[in-house]
Design a protein around this ligand. Structure first.
Ligand SMILES: O=C(O)C1=C[C@@H](OP(=O)(O)O)[C@@H](O)[C@H](O)C1
Ligand SMILES: C=C(OP(=O)(O)O)C(=O)O
Length: 446
């Protein structure tokens, strides 16, 4: 049973972390499993679904648009879909909470249905840019009225039949790619997305798994994904692998706390997601893959991570898309490395749940870490393995990854670190503090 997450939490330095843990299901895959099941005809079963607030917002939205969704005592989710084209007009606005993925992917689904849907969200989500999806969905014929700056609340009036398009992504975003592909599912003809830089490919894998006619080719301009519209999706049994973005916190924690030896089971290692493992290994981390296997069509392994002394690196820019959500955790790792780590080429961090460059700069600096800000990242000079000073209270800014990263930093600090509001952690990792306790970490609530 997960701890209720109180607002304020203080993290005490840990002696060492030890044990075996299993992280919850992958958030990206969980959203997609619910969405595609909800537009297949018949009953799909989903095992290992992440039961975090973001994914529950997707489940509530799919119910509001006609799907029947239940969770059995066996923790298996059963979804009866309405068929592509069968989504119903929801009675009220859809509240997407803190979840960018729910919002942008569902805007795509709605865009090619003959329904009108209003999307709302919390203060963080209401500050995030939606023009990146409004633009292509507008080309497909959807009529979208947004708040100033292309923000939430916004209303999507779908067009059916929608216009299939060929769209080249102006920003490396799996959410934009997926929004266009999902809209294309109910458009007559072929919808194409060209991505100059490859991003996570869970949508492509799962759409093909549900029976959509989808092809991926490499062209001179990038990866070209083509989907045939007016598709018939067949219900599936899906097993969701563990989330590498959640495993990231424990990989870094075990690496930086002396004497640690941790096994993280069932971690998804899809190459479009595994950039942090590569970056940490370049820094000298000790990460061993055990029992490599395939779960739900995705590569998975158990990761044994032992304490190691890290060295600063110039993080290769081409890793950015495959570790985009892991930068806050990487910044923490860099804080304990020998010498300088330069992590740039990640300007997308500015438009996540918070401005992750500015917020991590403030949080680390307040705890004695030497950081320099760039428009597209941070340069961090680490301690060479010694504890950081700690002692400050940091603001999580409605951002789960900031909160979890600073919990990890607090495990190897001279003085305890307090996070003003840990409740956003429930969006992606409801049992985070249970796992901290399992490994021997110490937190004081309230
Ligand atoms: O497609 C997805 O599931 C996601 C894509 C990424 O966002 P962008 O598409 O904005 O890069 C990532 O940051 C987010 O956590 C999940
Ligand atoms: C950016 C994230 O999610 P989303 O865009 O779905 O809010 C995240 O989980 O780090």
């Amino acid at each position: 049973m997960a701890h209720p997450l109180p607002r304020s939490v203080t993290i005490h330095p840990a002696a060492r972390l030890q044990g075996r843990i299993r992280v919850p299901g992958d958030k990206s895959i969980s959203h997609r499993a619910l969405m595609l099941s909800a537009i297949a005809i018949g009953e799909s079963r989903i095992e290992g679904l992440l039961e975090g607030e973001d994914v529950l917002a997707t489940a509530a939205a799919m119910r509001a648009m006609g799907a029947t969704i239940s969770r059995g005592d066996d923790a298996i989710w059963r979804v009866h879909g309405v068929g592509v084209g069968g989504l119903l007009q929801p009675a009220t606005a859809l509240d997407m909470g803190n979840s960018g993925t729910s919002t942008r992917l569902l805007m795509g689904l709605v865009a090619s249905h003959p329904i009108t849907v209003t999307f709302t969200g919390d203060a963080s989500l209401s500050g995030r840019p939606m023009n990146r999806v409004i633009a292509p969905l507008g080309l497909m014929g959807a009529d979208i009225t947004a708040s100033p700056g292309g923000r939430l609340p916004l209303m999507v009036r779908g067009l059916c039949p929608a216009i299939p398009i060929t769209y080249t992504l102006p920003v490396a975003s799996a959410q934009v790619k997926s929004a266009v592909l999902l809209a294309g599912l109910n458009a007559p003809g072929i919808t194409r997305v060209v991505e100059p830089v490859a991003t996570r490919d869970h949508s492509e894998r799962m759409l093909a798994g549900f029976g959509a006619q989808l092809t991926v080719e490499q062209s001179e301009t990038g990866r070209v994904i083509s989907i045939e519209g007016e598709a018939n999706l067949k219900p599936q049994s899906i097993t969701v692998p563990g989330d590498p973005s959640s495993a990231a916190f424990w990989m870094v924690a075990a690496t930086i706390v002396p004497g640690s030896d941790v096994v993280i089971e069932n971690v998804g290692l899809n190459a479009t997601r595994a950039g942090l493992v590569t970056a940490l290994r370049l820094m000298g981390a000790d990460i061993e893959e055990q029992d490599a296997r395939t779960v739900g069509g995705e590569p998975v392994a158990d990761l044994r991570v032992r304490h190691a002394t890290l060295r600063g690196i110039d993080v290769p820019h081409d890793l950015a898309p495959s570790m985009i959500d892991e930068y806050p955790a990487l910044f923490v790792a860099a804080s304990f490395a020998q010498g300088r780590t330069i992590a740039r080429g990640a300007d997308e961090l500015r438009v996540k749940e918070s401005d992750r460059i500015a917020v991590m700069l403030a949080a680390l600096t307040a705890n004695g870490v030497s950081c320099e800000e760039h428009e597209d990242g941070l340069t961090i000079t680490g301690t060479g393995g010694e504890p950081i000073a700690g002692g400050a209270t940091i603001a999580s800014n409605l951002d789960h990854r900031i909160a979890m990263s600073m919990v990890v930093a607090g495990l190897h600090a001279q003085k305890a670190i307090t996070i003003d509001d840990a409740s956003p952690i429930a969006t992606s990792f409801p049992n985070f503090f249970d796992l901290l306790q399992t490994l021997g970490g110490d937190a004081t609530w309230g």
